[in-house]
Design a protein around this ligand. Structure first.
Ligand SMILES: *Cc1c(COP(=O)(O)O)cnc(C)c1O
Length: 399
């Protein structure tokens, strides 16, 4: 177990039958270059100490673990929150964007390229680009640009170029295609930065490794507060990066149960949810193998969740392996449960959570009711400021 992170993934990027890299030859060569650079550069003392300093002085790490006492007293179980909402830019995503940006700098790249759906990954990457003095190009569907206007303004303020994508449905899938195209035009000077533990090797490994800081901190902080290991660790799963971050520190703790919470949306019919591992089957998307919501021909199904950071039809390959191994229990929470948790945490604890994180919280609240006295560590992956206009307009002030 000690060497888990050295042994997984394999050299070719496989976690059991999942992951890998299924790309055209010329793109594969670029991925191999990134993999080689990652292995050689990211293990160097200089890289590690620079990233440490960035985390402490720029991002504001370590983020605290907080005991939600009011909520716990009411429910029975003890709920602890790893406060990634207090990480700079308000979510865990900056953890891997700063890592990817630093790697790009060491590789001599001039430009960071990515797609964004709701704009959260775009803002985090634009922040990293500004910090490192790199150019940044974010591809975003025109429909999403209208919906998420404040994030478009944020990215532009940070100096990023936001490229409107007008093809097809003008949302995330077309933005991925457009960003990939732009990257292919100049792979020497630019680097493609993926926003979760998904995509071809080395990204699932690299993003996981950059997110491990969340689990390493949380384990130590939880132990310091309680003198024990948590009985349960809970995180929401979109692509799976915040979940991999916190789970990574507890994989060898036999008495700790890990729960990944997928979005059950508004119904369990096709197109109304994004519970990939609960209802999907193995398939291929964006150059890697994983559980996938798909039709009979293997085309990705349309997906939906009230939390736009969770609506991806695939999922990280390492999670796919954990599901088969039974190492993590994957479960679901729907829109209405997430909303209830959103209102409850705001009122009872003075913390407005991201709608994504509210899915993890909804499940944790259920556990706390069922198991009085047991401890539950939740990864509060982000803050909810981005969601308040949408929620108040559509659902009111709650309570
Ligand atoms: C993007 C996002 C997620 C989902 O991404 P993962 O890779 O599954 O962690 C979860 N929470 C917040 C706050 C996000 O911005």
């Amino acid at each position: 177990m000690k060497d888990y992170f050295k042994e997984q993934p394999t050299k070719e990027g496989f976690f059991g039958p999942y992951g890998g890299s299924f790309l055209p030859e010329h793109l594969q060569q670029e991925m191999d270059r990134i993999t080689d650079a990652y292995y050689s550069i990211s293990k160097s003392h200089q890289f590690i100490s620079e990233l440490r300093s960035i985390r402490k002085h720029f991002q504001g790490r370590p983020t605290p673990v907080y005991f939600a006492k009011t909520l716990s007293d009411e429910l029975g179980g003890r709920i602890y929150l790893k406060r990634e909402d207090l990480n700079h830019t308000g979510a865990h995503k900056l953890n891997h964007c700063m890592g990817e940006g630093l790697l790009a700098k060491y590789m001599g790249k001039k430009k960071l390229i990515a797609e964004t759906g709701a704009g959260q990954h775009g803002v985090a990457l634009a922040t990293a680009a500004a910090y490192f003095g790199l150019e940044c190009e974010i591809h975003m569907g025109e429909v999403d640009m209208k919906k998420e206007h404040p994030n478009v303004v944020r990215m532009r303020l940070l100096g990023a170029e936001v490229v409107p994508v007008t093809a097809g449905l003008k949302t995330l899938k077309e933005a991925v295609d457009s960003a990939f195209q732009a990257y292919l035009e100049d792979p020497v000077n630019s680097i493609y930065c993926i926003g979760s533990v998904v995509g071809p090797h080395p990204f699932p490994m690299m993003v996981r490794d950059f997110q491990r800081v969340v689990g390493i901190e949380a384990k130590e902080q939880f132990y310091e507060m309680t003198g024990e290991m948590p009985d349960n660790v809970v995180a929401c799963v979109g692509g799976g990066s915040n979940a991999m971050g916190i789970f990574s520190a507890f994989l060898e703790e036999e008495d700790t149960t890990l729960y990944g919470v997928e979005p059950a949306g508004r119904a369990l019919t096709k197109g109304e949810h994004a519970a990939t591992m609960t209802y999907g089957r193995p398939g291929l998307i964006h150059g890697f193998k994983c559980y996938l919501l798909q039709d009979d021909e293997g085309n990705p199904d349309p997906v939906y969740s009230i939390a736009s950071g969770l609506d991806y039809p695939g999922v990280g390959p390492e999670h796919s392996m954990f599901k088969d191994q039974g190492k993590v229990v994957y479960t679901t929470a729907g829109d209405s449960e997430a909303l209830e948790a959103f209102y409850t945490l705001s009122r009872k604890e003075g913390i407005i959570p991201a709608l994504e994180s509210a899915h993890a919280l909804a499940f944790a609240m259920k556990l706390a009711r069922e198991r009085p006295r047991s401890s539950i560590l939740v990864n509060l992956s982000g803050r909810g400021d981005k969601d308040i206009d949408f929620i108040v307009e559509n659902y009111g002030l709650g309570g």
